[in-house]
Design a protein around this ligand. Structure first.
Ligand code: ADP
Ligand code: MG
Length: 349
């Protein structure tokens, strides 16, 4: 993977040398960071606001495949995915810690690439890297990211707040990250069978980017604040729309009705799904990794939300006894299950 480049063995540098090397580019910009890297713990001050904390663990071979994920993208995505959880609480992220376990196959240059992505994400989202831990791993790359953020108590959007009659909204579009992954997996198989064939990803930038370089929706949190809406419930879409709406409904003790025709799907996602013989709606429902925000708002906020170009209203909350249902384009009613939509797959056209 790093064959064409110069390699520096980590053994010569040692743990402290490595930490010093990778953290020398870190700049602190958040006023809530009183102390970052360099002591036993970081010191933060949110002056009266509530503190939000979220952690992810990412294992090579389980959560990522370095055969097609560049390390810089991996660092970027690992941070984005974790920040997304803070935004999903309607909070603002301000710090991250980033911990790594490295097997002996990783030279210094690999770690530099990874951290280039980490710092790019931190800078783009105004988040300080305030710590981490560094260790060797017996096998493969291990990453753990913790995000820390803040919100006023009254602004925090839990999963449990959805009320009957609320509108179900989603940001951006869905299914792209999943179909981008299918494309990368296909090209990987072709490459492994014949290494002389170069990957053919022409014209597929958007869905590849959705998979490799997701952007957490800090802008939506900002937008909702600007237009004076507090979501009654919110979650980020990491596992697919179906699974996430079920989480909101279950936590809130409610049901829902979603409309297939309202689910936002980008044309490239739609066309590529069709090429693969997959129903685009299934990509949106069960695909995952889109990192859009799924939230509910009171009907009273309809006028404020209806004209937002990057937000789609896809249904409404019902009483729990009505269940969680999807109305298909042809008007059929399907129960929403975390993975069950496949059973109702429509004929491909
Ligand atoms: P300790 O022995 O207390 O765990 P370390 O020597 O591991 O301390 O870390 C020293 C400092 O460097 C701490 O501020 C820690 O948060 C930071 N640090 C260690 N590893 C990383 C890393 N991979 N990324 C960012 N900061 C790190
Ligand atoms: Mg340590």
């Amino acid at each position: 993977m790093f064959d064409n480049k110069e390699k520096t063995d980590l053994e010569h540098l040692g743990e402290f040398g490595l930490i010093a090397h990778i953290t020398k580019a870190v700049e602190l910009t958040e006023k809530s960071t009183l102390k970052g890297i360099g002591d036993d713990a970081a010191v933060l001050d949110f002056s009266g606001k509530k503190t939000l904390v979220s952690t992810d663990l990412l294992l090579e071979g389980v959560h990522f495949d370095l055969r097609y994920v560049p390390l810089k993208h991996l660092g970027y995505k690992a941070v984005q995915v974790n920040l997304s959880d803070i935004y999903a609480m309607n909070g603002i992220a301000s710090q991250v810690t980033f911990s790594i376990g490295l097997s002996s196959r990783f030279p210094l240059e690999a770690v530099e690439e990874l951290y280039a992505g980490v710092l790019l994400a931190c800078n783009a989202y105004n988040v300080d890297l305030v710590g981490g831990d560094t260790s060797t791993s017996q096998q493969g790359l291990i990453i753990s990211v913790t995000s820390i953020g803040h919100a006023k108590e009254a602004d925090i959007a839990y999963r449990h707040g959805a009320q009957e009659g609320d509108l179900v909204c989603v940001s951006g579009d869905l299914g792209g990250a999943y179909i981008g992954l299918q494309l990368l997996e296909r090209e990987k198989r072709i490459f492994l069978e014949n290494p002389n064939i170069q990957p053919d990803l022409e014209g597929k930038d958007y869905i590849i980017e959705r998979q490799l370089k997701p952007e957490a929706r800090k802008d939506i949190v900002q937008l909702l604040a600007d237009i004076g809406i507090k979501p009654t419930a919110m979650i980020d879409i990491s596992d697919g729309l179906a699974s996430e709406i079920l989480h909101i409904c279950e936590a809130s003790g409610k049901g829902c009705r979603l409309y297939e025709e309202k689910i936002p799907i980008d044309p490239m996602t739609y066309d590529t799904a069709r090429e693969f013989g997959i129903d685009p709606t299934i990509c949106a429902l069960n695909g995952g990794e889109d990192y859009e925000l799924l939230f509910t708002v009171s009907q009273a906020d309809y006028d404020k939300i209806k004209s937002q170009p990057d937000i789609s209203i896809i249904g409404h909350i019902t009483e729990q006894a009505a269940g969680c249902e999807l109305i298909s384009k042809s008007g059929n009613v399907h129960p929403i299950t975390a993975q069950g939509w496949n059973a109702f797959a429509k004929p491909q056209v």
